[in-house]
Ligand binder design. Structure first.
Ligand SMILES: [Zn+2]
Length: 83
């Protein structure tokens, strides 16, 4: 008689796991599209381009070195180092 209850619990557990995995996937996707600033930069923020990898990113997140914009310190180092 408790078999049915167990069966229902198993289904609920499985549904919960699936839902959680689906939610995590959606979150990862949202984060990925947020990281891809190339398509739609936030309005009102000046967008600059990394001299090294040509990535577009909002000015507050960019780094400026030697009058050039970079997406990260690593690219600034690589670009300025290769000259
Ligand atoms: Zn870069």
């Amino acid at each position: 008689m408790s078999f049915r209850l167990l069966f229902l619990l198993a289904i609920a557990w499985f549904a919960w796991l699936t839902l959680r995995r689906w939610l995590q996937g959606a979150q990862t996707q949202a984060r990925n599209s947020a990281a891809g600033q190339t398509q739609r930069p936030p309005a009102g923020v000046k967008v600059v381009q990394c001299r090294y990898c040509s990535l577009y990113l909002p000015e507050p997140e960019a780094q400026r070195q030697n009058n050039e914009w970079f997406c990260c310190a690593e690219h600034a180092k690589l670009y300025l180092g290769k000259r």
